[in-house]
Design a protein around this ligand. Structure first.
Ligand code: NAP
Length: 315
């Protein structure tokens, strides 16, 4: 077990965690960044981002995060990758204001005076028959990773939000046809994306529709779609399915420790403070009206600024 002590622990190295790290570095804080997988966060699989100021030409999520990681290197920020924190406890030392937090993972223990939770969110699943069987074998959550496998083939995107529409627009580069299956008759995606998708002849919308089940042999072959208004079922021969039905916060390890909403998003105030003094949350893991790279980075900056103030006030 590797043991560390630090003033500030940042958990997660996506846009919010790295935004926090840059602000913590400039505040000359002693801090430590852990990341469960590799630095970058879920945005690295987004094909293009057209709304991050300063990047007027579409930039891929991967390239944008590489720029942010390079920026961190300028401040000598060390990201401890492949380290997950799985539990947390408060180490009291008499005075409540002097408490410390003990964070443990499989082979790491970090004692910190303050914490920023920047663990982000993961793709939600449909949980329908056949889904488990065909994940990685016809069902994917990443068009950037798997889209090229479907050159001149018919694919299906599930969902009606920004991600679904954006990734469908990416898939038309390869696929001969892209069905978008959405459970309502109106998309959730921003109007500018909708306009692009409606104008794309390779895209066909199946509104008021949900996936009933996935079937096939060694790999996915058919998707049964159910119209939720008529209950009519249609079987479509499909080569690949991309699920984009939203996200789930990576906050399970904090259940019962911090206040969350019914879906597990962490509740914060405008300073990113959580229900436990000294613990802050930033980015997609918190309750927020907008989940974008720009808001995640901004949350990180606010969290680091107020973590610094919290630590100063303890001195
Ligand atoms: P989202 O906005 O929550 O959309 C999820 C979609 O999946 C919705 O259309 C929803 O339908 C549908 N859905 C949810 N559960 C379903 C189920 N069980 N079965 C069938 N359909 C289901 O998620 P998102 O598209 O991943 O976007 C998440 C956030 O990231 C958003 O705030 C988005 O704006 C942001 N984003 C930003 C960018 C960018 O910066 N360029 C790119 C991508 C995403 P309903 O509409 O009926 O609820």
């Amino acid at each position: 077990m590797k043991k560390f002590k630090t003033e500030l622990l940042i958990i997660g190295a996506g846009p919010s965690g790295l935004g926090a790290a840059i602000y913590a570095a400039r505040a000359a804080l002693d801090f430590f960044v852990v990341e469960k997988f590799i630095a970058g966060g879920q945005i690295v699989v987004t094909e293009f981002i057209e709304n991050y100021p300063g990047f007027k030409d579409d930039v891929s999520g991967f390239d944008l995060m590489q720029s942010i990681i390079e920026h961190c290197k300028k401040f000598n920020i060390n990201i401890h990758e492949s380290q997950s924190i799985e539990s947390m406890e408060i180490l009291r030392s008499g005075r409540k204001s002097k408490c410390k937090f003990v964070c443990r993972g499989q082979d790491i223990e970090v004692v910190a005076g303050s914490i920023i939770i920047a663990t982000g969110a993961s793709p939600r699943r449909l949980y329908v028959e056949g889904e488990n069987e065909f994940i990685g074998n016809g069902i994917s959550f990443c068009a950037t990773c798997d889209g090229a496998l479907y050159r001149d083939k018919e694919v299906m995107v599930i969902g009606g939000g920004d991600t679904a529409i954006q990734e469908a627009m990416f898939l038309v580069k390869f696929a001969s046809k892209v069905y978008i299956v959405h459970r309502r008759d109106e998309l959730r995606a921003v109007k500018s994306l909708q306009a692009k998708a409606f104008a794309q002849p390779k895209i066909e919308f199946l509104f008021d529709s949900v996936v009933d089940r996935f079937t096939g042999g060694n790999k996915l072959e058919e998707v049964t779609i159910k119209n939720v208004k008529t209950n009519e079922k249609t079987v479509k021969k499909i080569d690949g399915v991309f699920e984009y039905v939203g996200i789930k916060p990576n906050s399970d390890f904090l259940k019962g420790f911090l206040k969350m909403d019914e879906w597990g998003f962490i509740i914060t105030d405008e300073k990113m403070s959580t229900s436990v003094s000294g613990i802050f949350a930033a980015g997609d893991v918190r309750v927020t009206p907008l989940r974008q790279v720009i808001t995640a980075v901004s949350d990180g900056a606010v969290a680091a600024t107020f973590a610094d103030k919290y630590l100063d006030d303890l001195d």
